[in-house]
Ligand binder design. Structure first.
Ligand code: ATP
Length: 240
């Protein structure tokens, strides 16, 4: 069996307060290295919470979570920070670019944080922007770019440090349908070329089918057991 990128066992996350909310509940999941998996489900079903746990931005309340061989449930804050820097890349619905920085500066940021020398990080950022078709927009600021171009910059930023795992949370939510098609195709292609594992949250079953070989559906913090939506072009796979 190939090495797993993600192994979650009885993973749970709750939010306290007077009424405790179990955003993720007793969830078990295995994703192989290089797999592309879509996560669909109604609003409030726990998709973003699961992604936040995988991104190392939140700690599980219970259960075990291993990503690229790292036990996230046992990691210290320092180890989590290192994990976020080295192992994972995230693409958000709202792009989350820094407005005061150019496209090039936004893309080189993960390398800056990793302490990579200026010349090397600029060369790699140029290359990453070329891969997303934006060599002609290096010095543009986010407000000077279209939504699709901003998301391309965000994709270049997410992939520049060659992460093992890319998490995309509704990356086409702010884009029209033609641009959405381009963006998910690009993301899928780059992940495939680099052997990167991709988890894509989307409300669009069509996007899920076209981009990923496996779709998991969440409901009330859990994965629906008998749900799989294999692409008509590809053979069916297991559900989770
Ligand atoms: N910080 C928080 N404090 C309390 N409850 C929260 C918090 N974050 C999320 N929740 C609750 O956890 C549940 C799952 O939320 P989550 O954002 O993961 O859902 P989602 O499937 O991503 O929804 P959407 O599609 O609307 O983004 C919801 O009931 C939500 O209200």
């Amino acid at each position: 069996m190939p090495a797993a990128a993600i192994v979650a066992q009885s993973l749970s996350k709750n939010y306290g307060g007077t009424d405790v909310v179990w955003a993720v509940k007793d969830l078990s999941l295995r994703v192989e290295r290089g797999e592309r998996v879509a996560i669909v489900g109604k609003s409030g079903s726990g998709k973003s919470t699961l992604l936040n746990l995988l991104a190392g931005m939140d700690h599980p309340t219970a259960g075990e979570l291993t990503v690229a061989g790292r036990n996230l449930h046992q990691s210290t804050h320092q180890e989590m920070a290192r994990y976020r820097l080295e192992t994972v890349g995230v693409v958000f619905q709202a792009f989350q670019l820094i407005p005061q920085r150019t496209a090039l500066q936004n893309v080189e940021l993960p390398l800056l944080l990793a302490g990579i020398h200026r010349q090397q990080r600029q060369a790699r950022a140029r290359e990453a922007l070329a891969q997303v078709g934006l060599s002609h927009r290096l010095t543009h600021h986010p407000y000077q770019l279209s939504g699709g171009e901003q998301q391309r910059v965000a994709i270049a930023r997410a992939l520049i440090h060659a992460p093992q795992l890319v998490l995309a949370d509704e990356p086409t939510g702010n884009l029209d349908s033609a641009t959405s098609d381009d963006i998910v195709s690009l993301l899928s292609k780059l992940c495939e070329e680099q052997g990167t594992t991709l988890l894509l949250v989307t409300h669009d079953d069509d996007v899920a089918r076209r981009t990923c070989r496996r779709t998991i559906r969440m409901s009330d913090g859990r994965i629906c057991p008998a749900d799989s939506t294999p692409s008509p072009l590809q053979p069916p796979e297991r559900t989770h």
